[in-house]
Design a protein around this ligand. Structure first.
Ligand SMILES: C[S@@+](CC[C@H](N)C(=O)[O-])C[C@H]1O[C@@H](n2cnc3c(N)ncnc32)[C@H](O)[C@@H]1O
Length: 268
């Protein structure tokens, strides 16, 4: 089996426990990282006629829920959100989670802190489930998406798992509109390690595989995480690769002693 297929099968295996492990391992901080990513993207994005958003490597659907929660709040109503992931197991969890979330919002008749007027809200809710579509697929082949059709593409903690990164970035460049926004949240590789990096390295290399392994009962999968960070690009190199496909980096911020990086790019 090739490397990419092994990675996808690993996510299939850990899908049922992925969300619980994620919340424990990040101590819930990832929620703030995701929220800021949406906020920043909406500051840059135009989204004329309603936002068309593609979440690649959508996994169990966390970013889709964040886009839904934050769009109207930042004055960018959603036209459509498409989630794509090659793991059937992850998509199955996403489907259930999104159904629960959307039904919950319908029954409560509100989205938390979304700041919509009641008239906007009822219009939105009639079609809220039609606004989200999920597809099985890899980042390197977004054939189901028209060229120049997306206002925003997000990929959260997914790019590291893509074996053919340059093919994927080419696809992002193809499907983004001119001035469309790319949002990457990722654990990027350090070019030079300082003392603090050595401490955070102990967490990611030793503690994280133990806790993740206990929750998922799959130590190997959580041992893969630090290995995949080591094998991934640095933020500087990622910026260079994006430039090659016509995406100019406008914003980079690292969180929690550089464990996580947010990069916002704009399609020229
Ligand atoms: C760490 S999870 C992140 C999931 C989600 N984006 C999140 O923020 O929780 C990585 C995801 O990347 C997906 N993935 C693996 N290889 C991929 C590929 N070649 N193209 C797109 N997604 C891929 C996995 O199936 C998995 O759902």
């Amino acid at each position: 089996m090739d490397k990419q297929q092994q990675i996808i099968e690993m996510f299939d295996k850990i899908a049922p426990t992925y969300d619980s492990a994620n919340r424990i391992l990040s101590l819930g901080i990832d929620v703030a990282w995701r929220k800021e990513a949406c906020k920043k993207a909406f500051e840059f994005a135009r989204c004329e006629g309603g936002a068309m958003i593609l979440d690649v490597a959508c996994g169990t659907g966390d970013m889709i829920i964040h886009w839904r929660k934050n769009a109207t709040k930042f004055g960018k109503p959603i036209k459509k959100i498409i989630g794509i992931d090659p793991s059937e197991g992850m998509l199955e969890v996403a489907k259930k989670k999104l159904e629960n979330y959307l039904c919950d919002q319908k029954s409560k008749n509100k989205e938390p802190n979304d700041g919509e007027s009641p008239a906007q809200k009822s219009n939105d809710e009639k079609s809220c489930d039609k606004k989200v579509e999920l597809y099985l697929g890899e980042a390197k082949n977004l054939h189901m998406i028209d060229s120049g059709s997306m206002d925003i593409i997000s990929i959260a903690y997914g790019l590291r798992n893509v074996v053919d990164v340059s093919e994927a970035l080419n696809e992002f460049g193809r499907v983004l509109k001119k001035d469309g926004i790319l949002v990457v949240l990722e654990f990027t590789k350090k070019e030079k390690e300082n003392f603090l990096d050595k401490i955070t390295g102990i967490y990611t290399k030793k503690i994280l595989p133990l806790i993740g392994g206990l929750v998922s009962r799959n130590y190997k999968a959580y041992r893969y995480l630090p290995d995949s960070i080591g094998g991934f690009l640095s933020a500087r190199k990622l910026k260079e690769e994006l430039n090659k496909v016509g995406i100019e980096t406008r914003f980079i911020k690292s969180y929690s002693a550089g464990i996580s990086t947010l990069l916002i790019g704009i399609k020229r």
